[in-house]
Ligand binder design. Structure first.
Ligand code: FPP
Length: 256
């Protein structure tokens, strides 16, 4: 395993704050892209891609812990996704609520703690209430921290955090705390591995601070095609990478 050579970074985000399930396990973030293209290429409406995508979310969550993941952050809806057709947005909001309602008990049984990361003032009130219930019901989960990013924008989070810190001396730690508060995220962890499906290679305003040293993994698979075996493959590739966080390998340092 080569990927944890020097993890002494000082972003203010960490894996060791109270409330994290197990900081020795990975924080994996996923941009679940390609639902729409997957559906239209099969002559189906885009929304049917989201329905299949939600099933894939379930299988990936079920297999995350055994893949060595302690925190899984899924990009479900960005602040820019409000620009989509109203029908698609409403369908997604209903789908997120249905997912939370149907998965809550299973999460309790499997030790999964759910948290919704993002703004809460623009999503439908019934979704917000369900999200709060899901968070409360699953709060004791210790095996996997499942974070669903909903109405999320990393740049908005940073701007709001800066505003919150306004006038006070700011450290990385206090800034991150302010970001946690504005996004309701709980203790923020560095992302170890960021996966994006759907063939595009960009971050799309997702966890920009937390991904400072994330390993990036892009796949042409559309999200509805992504399987637990693909997740394991991405994690395996992560472990084969050489993470130096701006430093050098210990063996190179010892050699002067
Ligand atoms: C991006 O693909 C996907 C979304 C904006 C929605 C993500 C939603 C899900 C994966 C399903 C449900 C999620 C949860 C957490 C229950 P796209 O539609 O933009 O695909 P495209 O790029 O092919 O158009």
């Amino acid at each position: 395993m080569r990927s944890r050579i020097n993890s002494d970074n000082t972003s203010g985000a960490s894996g060791s704050e109270a409330g994290d399930p197990d900081s020795s396990k990975l924080h994996v973030a996923i941009i679940m892209d390609g639902n729409g293209r997957w559906a239209t290429s099969r002559g189906r409406p885009r929304t049917s891609g989201h329905v299949v995508g939600a099933r894939v979310v379930r299988t990936i969550v079920e297999n995350a812990e055994s893949a060595g993941i302690g925190t899984l952050t899924l990009y479900a809806f960005s602040a820019d996704n409000w620009k989509r057709p109203t029908r698609e947005v409403s369908m997604l909001m209903r789908l997120f609520r249905r997912y939370l309602l149907s998965e809550m008990d299973r999460c309790v049984q499997n030790g999964v703690r759910m948290r919704i990361v993002g703004r809460r003032d623009r999503i439908p009130v019934e979704l917000r209430r369900t999200a709060e219930t899901a968070e409360e019901t699953t709060r004791d989960g210790k095996r996997l921290d499942l974070r669903i990013a909903l109405d999320y924008s990393a740049r908005d989070a940073m701007a709001m955090a800066a505003e919150k810190c306004g006038g006070r001396p700011v450290t990385r730690e206090s800034f991150v705390r302010a970001m946690n508060e504005v996004t309701h995220s709980g203790p923020v962890r560095e992302v170890d591995l960021l996966i994006r499906t759907g063939g595009e290679q960009r971050l799309s305003d997702f966890l920009l601070w937390e991904c400072a040293y994330a390993e990036l993994y892009f796949t042409d698979l559309m999200w509805p095609e992504f399987t637990p075996a693909d997740l394991v493959g991405a994690v395996r590739e992560y472990h084969a990478r050489d993470r130096r966080f701006g430093g050098v390998q210990a063996t190179v340092a010892a050699a002067g």
